[in-house]
Design a binder for this molecule. Structure first.
Ligand code: MG
Length: 386
């Protein structure tokens, strides 16, 4: 009977048409049927600490560093593998030790399958209040794993158009005129330069003028809460508006909601929340005070919550940006799955480090370019670390 039905569908041309619109569950069923692997039906979580080495000393308004501590994670299930990552710049309060301590508490064997991402991440979130990067390292590995089992990338599972990704920016940190000129030249393949401001007027204007002495490429500005007075901030924004800047991120303290709302009302450029916007619960509070939000997987516990933030922000008519920390191509590729829904992407964390241990999302002509490979579609650079 089975064969007859299949032959009928095939001859009627229906099988090919049906394959093009398969539900994720059907894709999974197909993968299950075609699968050769006979691995353990238990999820096993492993991890390893890893120091990302910065190509340049990285300076923002309040700090400088040469390395970023990471913890790389892996979840195996039934012969499939998923990779994740926690990136922990020091100002966020997590460390490799706190992350690994958190991961020790996670018991994935409470759950029958990695497909229960909703339940698993609710449980993971309930283990402790903070540890957002540690949580993201599990969320990302789970998504990679499930995508690998389904044989599809997440932008496709979510039903998003990969051609709508924005150009990604390349960050030029605060530095001397000479280094800024050098970094600006390094940014040449990118269509957007992101500039870290938020110091004195003289230093901020030097940064912009130095970049403008090299290129006319559009600039995104990130003040990292550095400006202290709303009138000064608005004057700076007006000055920037005349220099081909297309947005300003976090002009003032994350706590200065009224002052930021005052700026947003008058600003000729979109004002985007970064430090002020960590998780889903923050989005509503920022509506009206900012034009939009910068989503980062390490702040919001990963891809699951990031997708919810996208939906909520869209329903509130807020603009969207996808950002990153200094990360390997693992977390960058996870963030890139969100990019089709955003106006700005700042996904350069992997190119700012000298020892990226994965290959994933690529940048083609400055644009975030998503691939068809299942899960995150990662490959290892060098010997796998776990
Ligand atoms: Mg920022």
């Amino acid at each position: 009977m089975k064969t007859d039905r299949r032959s009928f569908l095939k001859s009627a041309g229906l099988l090919t048409a049906a394959a093009a619109v398969l539900h994720p569950a059907q894709i999974f069923a197909q993968a299950e049927r075609g699968r050769k692997s006979s691995g353990s039906k238990k999820m096993e979580l492993t991890w390893v600490p890893f120091d990302a080495k910065m190509k340049h000393v990285f300076t923002i308004a309040n700090s400088s560093r040469t390395t970023t501590p990471l913890v790389l994670t892996k979840i195996t299930y039934d012969g499939y593998v998923g990779y994740g990552e926690a990136a922990m710049p020091p100002y966020l309060g997590e460390t490799q030790a706190s992350c690994m301590e958190f991961l020790k508490k996670v018991d994935l064997n409470k759950f029958a399958s990695p497909f229960l991402i909703e339940d698993i991440m609710k449980y993971v979130d309930s283990i402790a209040t903070n540890n957002c990067a540690a949580k993201a390292s599990i969320d990302i590995a789970l998504h990679d794993l499930v995508g690998n089992i389904m044989g599809q990338p997440w932008w496709k599972i979510w039903g998003w158009d990969p051609t709508t990704t924005p150009n990604t920016s390349f960050t030029v940190g605060i530095d001397t005129e000479e280094v800024v000129r050098e970094k600006t030249k390094e940014a040449a393949p990118y269509k957007v330069i992101k500039v870290k401001l938020g110091r004195t007027e003289e230093e901020d204007k030097m940064m912009i003028n130095t970049i403008r002495s090299v290129t006319d490429t559009v600039i995104c500005v990130d003040a990292n809460q550095g400006w202290k007075d709303k009138h000064y901030a608005l004057d700076m924004i007006n000055w920037l508006n005349e220099r081909n800047v297309n947005m300003v991120e976090q002009p003032m303290s994350k706590y200065a909601l009224d002052d930021t709302a005052w700026i947003t009302e008058r600003s000729p450029l979109p004002i985007i929340a970064d430090e002020a916007c960590q998780r889903l619960t923050d989005v509503k509070k920022l509506h009206g005070a900012y034009h939009g939000i910068n989503i980062k997987l390490m702040k919001c516990t990963g891809m699951r919550e990031a997708r919810e933030m996208v939906s909520l922000a869209e329903s509130l008519n807020m603009k969207l940006m996808i950002g990153c920390m200094s990360e390997t191509s693992c977390a960058i590729t996870a963030g890139a799955q969100i990019a089709p829904k955003t106006q700005w992407a700042d996904l350069d964390g992997n190119v700012l480090i000298a020892n990226d241990c994965y290959k994933g999302m690529t940048v083609v002509d400055g644009k975030v370019t998503l691939h068809d490979a299942p899960g995150l579609g990662l490959t290892h650079v060098g010997k796998p670390l776990l």
